[in-house]
Design a protein around this ligand. Structure first.
Ligand code: PEP
Ligand code: MN
Length: 348
């Protein structure tokens, strides 16, 4: 942290800055410039309270943060990309990983049929919500534990690892018993107690970006999980709230290269919640891979018109399958492969 003194600052003002930083337990280095002095405070990450205390001092012009507020999630101290292994799937390497399935698990037939179709189309993991966050309490809120059991059946049937949301600390043990990847939804991105609780498990965590969350806040949310010892965090951009109403959310694809620059963690994209409209999903799947995403999570339903949640943004099996060969070609153009046999897709 660099403290820039006012041109009018006195020696006493500088000494006050040094004393305050030392009170917080941090060493300082002073640099006398031609017009003004600066003091660097050594240490990372430095607490916000120190920055605020220094900003209040009379001789201080500006406090400039040099290091990031997050450390474990930052590329600063971890330059290589992190690759997260789920079964035999690797997220964050050269392969682009596709996670697909319904918004909610609705019945045995629905989830098994979808899992089989997703596997045949080239998806590597199955998604499906059992505990659903719904805006209205009167909407379908998921099958709960029965939904988890059905996901486990679909996994046994197809071998696809399962990604499912954990809504609250109270459900964590049971969700972790079944899930291969714990999803933290957009409404819980800054539920710090839930983040710490999943940080104490040994399951990879798919951390969605909140609908009004800055990238820095999102990476600090990842830091909450990692600080508890669980460093297997997969970030997921799923669209943010803007003034635009033509789409459900504004899918911030620029978050992908921004996150790649700031963090070593893998990042995937959810074009379903990102757009809210099934006919926009295939183009955003392609764009996300072109932007450098390590994977996609896509909602697919055997009969979107009858879906109990998010039907309007769910692809049919046919539409999902039709997007996969195109995705393979985009991946190839950016030096990646889709984790599924390219030859099979190319034959399409
Ligand atoms: C979901 O994946 O079905 C979901 C509820 O997503 P989000 O938290 O991004 O809204
Ligand atoms: Mn959904």
């Amino acid at each position: 942290m660099l403290i820039v003194m006012k041109t009018t600052a006195t020696e006493r003002d500088v000494q006050e800055v040094i004393a305050r930083a030392e009170q917080f337990g941090f060493a300082t280095r002073r640099v006398a410039g031609a017009e003004r002095s600066t003091v660097s405070v050594l240490g990372s990450p430095l607490p916000d309270a120190l920055r605020e205390a220094l900003e209040r001092l009379p001789g201080v012009e500006e406090v400039i943060r040099i290091s990031k507020r997050y450390k474990l999630a930052s590329r600063e101290f971890h330059p290589e990309d992190t690759v997260i292994r789920v079964g035999d799937v690797e997220i964050g390497g050269t392969e682009v990983v596709i996670i697909a399935g319904p918004c909610s698990v609705e019945s045995e037939e629905q989830i098994i049929e979808t899992a089989r179709a997703m596997k045949a189309a080239g998806a590597s993991m199955l998604r499906g919500g059992a505990f659903k966050p719904r805006t209205s309490p009167y909407d379908f809120r998921g099958l709960g534990v029965e939904g988890l059991q059905l996901l486990a059946k679909a996994r046994a049937e197809t071998g696809l690892p399962i990604v499912t949301e954990v809504l609250s600390v109270a459900d964590l043990d049971v969700v972790a018993e079944y899930a291969d990847v714990l999803q933290i939804g957009a409404r819980n991105t800054q539920n710090f107690l839930l983040l710490e609780a999943v940080g104490k498990t040994d399951k990879p965590v798919l951390l969605k970006r909140g609908m009004s969350t800055l990238i820095e806040e999102w990476l600090l949310a990842a830091e909450y999980i990692m600080a508890q010892g669980n460093e297997r965090v997969i970030l997921c951009e799923r669209g943010i709230r803007t003034f635009e109403t033509a789409t459900r959310n504004t899918l911030d694809l620029s978050a992908v290269p921004v996150v790649k620059r700031l963090s070593h963690l893998p990042i995937i994209v959810d074009p379903s919640h990102g757009t809210g409209k099934w006919y926009l999903v295939p183009s955003m799947m392609l764009a996300a891979v072109a932007a450098g995403a390590d994977g996609l999570i896509v909602e697919v339903h055997p009969n979107p018109d009858q879906a109990l949640s998010d039907g309007a943004q769910s692809l049919t099996f046919e539409n999902f399958s039709a997007a996969m060969p195109k995705l393979a070609r985009v991946a190839e153009a950016v030096g990646r492969t889709v984790r599924t046999p390219l030859a099979e897709l190319a034959a399409d």
